[in-house]
Ligand binder design. Sequence first.
Ligand code: HAM
Length: 429
Amino acid sequence: MNYRAVKGMNDILPDEMVRWHHLEREFRVVAERHGYGEVRTPIIESTALFTRSIGEATDIVEKEMYSFERHGEALTVRPEGTASAVRAYVEHHIHQKEPVTRWYYLGPMFRGERPARGRYRQFHQLGCELFGDAGSVCDAEMIDMLHGLFMRLGISDLEIVINSLGGADTRPRYRQIIVDHLEPRKARLSEDSIRRLSSNPLRILDSKDERDIAALEGLPSIIEVLTQDDREHFDRLCSQLDRLGTPYRVDPTLVRGLDYYTRTLFELRSQAGQVGAQNALGGGGRYDNLVQQMGGPSTPAIGFALGVERILLAMDVAELASPPLVVIAPIGPQAASEALLMARELRDHGICVELDGRGGASTSLKAMLRRANARGARVCLVLGQEELESQKVQLKDLAARSQVLVAREELMHRLLDVLQQPMMTGGAA
Ligand code: HAM
């Protein structure tokens, strides 16, 4: 029996981790610089939490959730992070402790979508949620923060698309306008859109089907039907982004696939890395009614989530350097015991050390050197009988292909010296 990972779910091996860590580090730095603190919520929540917040008629709830029953409870492996953040915010009465709350999170999410490049069943998100501030300054700051993060990551063909869905009253009103416009043209719609016309007409707006696009012609844009308050909020956001010099494009057909949004919506896209149809690297928006809808006090909120796998596909980084590695190759059991101490001492000085314990048995120096090179080690320290007796160590600079015999007490100094030099060449010594 050959076991394989579940379809659409991937192993991330240590070689790829360097890029993951780089992205996670950059995200944490940027989020913390903007006052966000990390929150970790359980990966499993009650199913009702997601159906109520994301919306019954959304693709996620209709066909993508991993749900099951245990101990008489209906549970779901989280498909996104906002619902959990809101649940935790309400459950811990955070609004009583502080007027404004900024949380960030990172971790795996699960949606049973059809797997493709950039679209998986287990994927990872980096997200932020901000509670307690309704002003457009928040929206502008968040979008600008994302722009800054993507610039740091070297994704230069980023496109930021924004829209406004208006407040609670605009959505039903616009929904009716769509239905009134499409009902007489119903026969010309795609099958999906005919179904959505009664369940979730707003989603028809982002259909890519030619028939739907043709049928939508002449429909007033949602921006045109916003209330004066909503319109002013959106106009202020645009002028604040202009003032910041943050690039964006207004697209009145942007609706996104979750029901909780109100007012500002945004999506970040890139064509880099052939993420193909999955070109949304992230998205978010306001959800000013959700906290109250989930049992909390009326609290405005805004947030976003980024798809880690998609960003990594779009990120044009040549191999990121891992910290330089030192391999210790002892020859014989006595040298291996001594190497244990040496390895600990070097690690205490912050050096990454891999001890090739096989040298304590019968593995040859040649084989250990071959492995050190294959691991991309910068230095190999050879400790044989002769070196043991003379209290010395053979220091092999694998990049410079040179070696020197170093007194034990000078080792740290010499080693730090070599490790600080840029690696001019790779390859075998
Ligand atoms: P979302 O647009 O559903 O929003 O997901 C955000 C991002 O997660 C997407 O833009 C994409 O990069 C990534 N993503 C989604 N599904 C997949 C998948 N199957 N495979 C790979 N990547 C995927 C949300 O999840 C909201 N919670 C965002 C939010 C936070 N809104 C307010 N606060």
